[in-house]
Ligand binder design. Structure first.
Ligand SMILES: [Zn+2]
Length: 227
């Protein structure tokens, strides 16, 4: 996937400054994806940094276009390396994870895990991951609090799909060979284990449910997500 813009590499900062006001617990995310081939051969750390930064910028741009005046971007994007480097409302964030923390209005991700996923699944996965976490930030802004975790999660997948689909239609993102497969592989990898009850607190949805929600947003934009 390629962003059509001049991109400056992001300097990955491991410092979390400021303190977090108490609020809801972190949205704990998925386990590490399964290994598959990166389809387009762009897997250097520099490329990773550029893609993360592009995904953040384009997500900001997208939601600003949709929500208009008064929209405030998610405050920060924080990479971390070790469990407990970053915490959300007093709860240390674990390895192999990415979350949106409403208490501090930031997205944090295990940088080694995300880089491994980028190398193994592909660059499109980063746009999905960022799009999904950003969607939680938007849900917080809109005051959306579904009854079950799975509803919150599947809506975020749908919103991530709308973000990527709309930006591709707009010509801001260019879908390259293999991107669709990368997204499918990524969603397959982050599906809940069979046997996870749909109403469980940590449920995100099966691979099939996640793919269906993502595709609905990708094809039909935000109206498919109830927005
Ligand atoms: Zn989530």
């Amino acid at each position: 996937m390629r962003a059509r813009a001049v991109l400056v590499p992001v300097v990955l900062s491991l410092l979390l400054t400021g303190c977090l006001p108490a609020a809801s617990p972190p949205d704990v995310e998925e386990p590490a994806p399964a290994v598959t081939a990166n389809q387009d051969g762009t897997n250097t750390p520099e490329e990773f940094s550029r893609d993360i930064q592009a995904a953040e910028e384009i997500a900001e741009e997208y939601w600003e276009q949709r929500l208009g005046a008064g929209f405030s971007p998610v405050r920060r994007l924080i990479p971390y390396e070790r469990e407990g480097d970053v915490d959300c409302a007093g709860e240390p964030l674990p390895r192999n994870n990415a979350v949106y923390c409403s208490a501090g209005d930031f997205i944090a991700y295990d940088v080694n895990w995300a880089f491994a996923a980028f190398q193994q699944v592909g660059d499109a996965f980063l746009f999905y991951l960022l799009g999904h976490e950003y969607a939680h930030g938007i849900q917080a802004r809109l005051g959306i609090r579904k009854e079950f975790t799975i509803e919150q999660e599947l809506q975020a997948d749908c919103m991530a799909g709308a973000f990527i689909g709309d930006k591709a239609r707009e010509g801001r993102l260019e879908m390259q060979d293999g991107d669709t497969q990368e997204l499918a592989d990524g969603l397959e990898a982050v599906g809940d284990d069979p046997g996870q009850p749909w109403f469980a607190e940590g449920a995100h949805g099966t691979a099939e449910q996640r793919m269906k929600s993502f595709s609905a947003g990708y094809n039909d934009s935000l109206q498919a997500c109830g927005l």
